[in-house]
Design a protein around this ligand. Structure first.
Ligand code: SAM
Length: 326
């Protein structure tokens, strides 16, 4: 009898596609960022830049340096500038998160890059000591001090490392009431996304009411690209709402309320095979603690990984461990 993990993996397995062998990064490169009302206010009040031309120049000069660290589309397109939590998840829900942080709950932003989300929280009144961040590359975090001009004043905890490494931040397992991840899952193949979910649910508090939330590129049908023209040799997996839900339920022990939405900014015709790409946002709330430990109780994922290895998804085979080098 195949295990539930194997069944779910078969359900969300899709044939691999190939992205164009090269990408013209000029298509990603935004020469002058459009700065929305939230970002205008934030950069005026937090950073002290009021002139819009000066702000655009400032952002673009940091972007040049960040591009040298690693080529991510969200950096080339300056996507992080307008992303903010109250607009993305709703003022009411976000207000409750802030109240909980003020009372001592802790949040971890995974794949934080410059630390824009940490600043978003602190700007809105969350205590700095409750707002934690981590990234594979400290160089991005360091550029954040230049972008937000707060090297001497911004003191929130930051950790450099690989979230899929089960030893990384192990001493903080169960410490976080909220985990946020934006533009993150979609940079990995499915195999690596499983590992990320496993690690996140270990770092998350076992108390009901703890939350994992974020957003990423999604699609109305799941799509798996076997390699990426920029991140050479790495695959990526774009989830639909259903495949993301299946992956999470499958990878995470315990009971969860999984809310996920796919929104497209510009309605495009939906192709039957390729679906319609968009933004996938999710808020996943723990309903019951994970009393049954499917990992074998030693904090690693060896049992789960063993089951995954049994799954015949040969098209993903070359991408295992992508999280290490994404
Ligand atoms: C596409 S960027 C998104 C950055 C940011 N969250 C945002 O919304 O703008 C992905 C970020 O994840 C980081 N990253 C990649 N692989 C990682 C890993 N295995 N563990 C932790 N961070 C990782 C990258 O260094 C980068 O900062």
């Amino acid at each position: 009898m195949p295990s539930a993990v194997v069944l779910a993996r078969e359900r969300i397995s899709v044939p691999p596609e190939v992205l164009p062998p090269s990408v013209d990064v000029k298509d990603w490169w935004v020469e002058k960022p459009e700065i929305g009302p939230w970002a205008k206010r934030f950069f005026k009040e937090y950073v002290g830049i009021t002139d819009q031309d000066e702000l655009a120049k400032h952002l673009c000069s940091i972007r040049e340096l960040a591009w040298d660290v690693f080529h991510y589309r969200c950096i080339a397109s300056l996507l992080f500038v307008n992303y903010n939590l109250s607009e993305a998840y709703g003022t009411e829900w976000y207000y409750d998160v802030l109240q909980r942080l003020k009372k001592g709950d802790k949040v971890l932003d995974v794949g934080c890059a410059f630390g824009q989300i940490a600043r978003n929280f602190v700007f809105d009144g969350a205590p700095a000591e409750n707002v934690w961040s981590m990234d594979l590359r400290e160089a991005f975090w360091d550029l954040g001090y230049d972008m937000y001009k707060d090297r001497d004043t911004f003191k929130t905890p930051f950790f450099e490392g690989d979230i899929s490494d089960h030893e990384f931040m192990k001493e903080y397992d169960g410490k976080f009431d909220f985990i946020h991840a934006a533009s993150f899952f979609h940079i990995f193949n499915l195999e690596s996304q499983y590992k990320v979910v496993q690690r996140m649910t270990k770092l998350l508090s076992s108390k009901p009411g703890s939350v994992i939330f974020g957003r990423q590129v999604g699609c109305s049908v799941p799509r798996h690209f076997s390699s990426h023209p920029i991140r050479l040799g790495k695959g990526l997996y774009m989830h639909s709402v259903q495949s993301f839900t299946d992956m999470f339920e499958d990878a995470a022990p315990g009971k969860w309320d999984i809310q996920a939405w796919l929104t497209t900014r510009n309605p495009r015709p939906e192709s039957k095979e390729k679906g319609r790409p968009g933004r996938l946002r999710f808020i996943i709330t723990r309903l019951e603690s994970d009393e049954v430990d499917v990992t074998g109780g030693d904090g690693d994922v060896s049992n789960l990984e063993k089951q995954l290895e049994e799954t015949v998804i040969s098209d993903l085979g070359d991408n295992v461990g992508a999280a290490k080098t994404a």
